[in-house]
Design a protein around this ligand. Structure first.
Ligand code: HEM
Length: 306
């Protein structure tokens, strides 16, 4: 089943990406389904033009559009992005219909695939937002810390990211959570190195994890390292990318998971904090007011939309 999943979900980190948010034009859904059904073949043909570019795509639908676009009942856990409110951050659902996450090691490959898919959708969609991301230094966020180190590796990636037999109709699909964070780098860069490292619970230059006992309850890696009732780590597969220009720098946070519940628990833990309300201090230096949840179905699900 796993070879049927959209390859952008589990592929290794890339050096270039684009995130495209779209709405489906009412009354044009039949035409949209035809275009989506041709996507797997179109993606394959452009991948063949760039055999060394590690070109990948993942296309997902939100709960606001899934049934209207696909004419099928939605995956079991597809719901709006959760609302949380805390000392440093309050977030709520931003209702977009479709997300296209396209990435490669070459910007021209990303661009050609993105443009080809967008053109194939023609007037069945409206473009709400596009954000281009790029690899910054050795996979660092703009705060200067390596991002993605503790991500699942190898066989763990599909195991964490893909729906299994718990929802057989959607096995091989994935829940995608999207947030766009804009950083306050002036504030961040005024902090001492020790404060920055304590904020993550990791060292900056050699990227080493603090021993657990030395992590502050406010540390980002403390607030996001969660366990289930059996003591097993709860994991998501992060595929975030820095974005920015001269005016704004931040992180497009994207994660894939077999259930959106794990992301929801992590975000709640970051924003509302632990049982004593100790929230994630990283949120003092960055800002996001909303997020969006999508379901990325298998390639064969797309093909049968015709
Ligand atoms: C870890 C950056 C938002 C979940 C990390 C690390 C960095 C980082 C640098 C440490 C290295 C690593 O393992 O990747 C950021 C930035 C964010 C952000 C800059 C936004 C401004 C989020 C959000 C979530 C999240 C919204 C989930 C709700 C995680 C998880 C880890 C992690 C699960 C691994 C923790 C561990 O096992 O040590 N993040 N992150 N992050 N982050 Fe974030």
């Amino acid at each position: 089943m796993s070879s049927n999943h959209q390859s952008g979900i589990t592929a290794e980190a890339s050096s270039d990406a684009t995130f495209i948010l779209l709405d489906a034009v009412p009354e044009k859904e039949a035409q949209l389904r035809q275009a989506l059904a041709a996507f797997p073949e179109l993606i394959r043909s452009i991948q063949q033009q760039f055999p060394d570019a590690q070109l990948h795509a993942a296309i997902g639908f939100s709960c606001h559009s899934f049934t209207r676009i696909t004419e099928q009942s939605a995956p079991k856990e597809l719901a709006p992005f959760p609302s949380f409110s805390g000392q440093y951050l309050s977030v709520t659902d931003a209702p977009y219909d479709i997300l296209m996450h396209i990435r490669a090691h070459l910007h021209d490959a990303t661009h050609i695939l993105a443009l080809s898919l967008f053109k194939a959708l023609a007037d069945t969609v409206t473009l709400r937002e596009q954000t281009n991301g790029f690899k910054y230094l050795d996979n660092r966020d703009f705060t200067g810390f390596v991002d993605g180190t503790e991500n699942p590796q190898g066989d763990e990636r599909p195991a964490v990211a893909l729906v299994g037999t718990e929802d057989p109709d959607f096995q091989g699909g994935s829940y995608l959570n999207y947030m766009k964070f804009v950083h306050d780098l002036e504030h961040w860069e005024h902090q001492a190195l020790q404060t920055q490292e304590d904020t993550y619970g990791r060292t900056k230059y050699d990227n080493e994890e603090y021993p657990s006992a030395e992590k502050s309850p406010h540390a980002h890696t403390k607030r996001t390292s969660l366990k289930d009732e059996h003591g097993k780590s709860l994991e998501i597969l992060r595929q975030s990318m820095p974005f920015g220009d001269l005016q704004q720098q931040g992180l497009v946070f994207v994660s894939y998971s077999k259930t959106p519940m794990i992301f929801d628990l992590m975000l709640k833990s970051m924003i509302e904090g632990d049982e004593q309300g100790r929230a994630d201090h990283l949120m003092q230096y960055t800002h996001a007011t909303s997020g969006s949840t999508f379901f990325v179905p298998t390639l064969s699900f797309l093909t049968q939309l015709a």
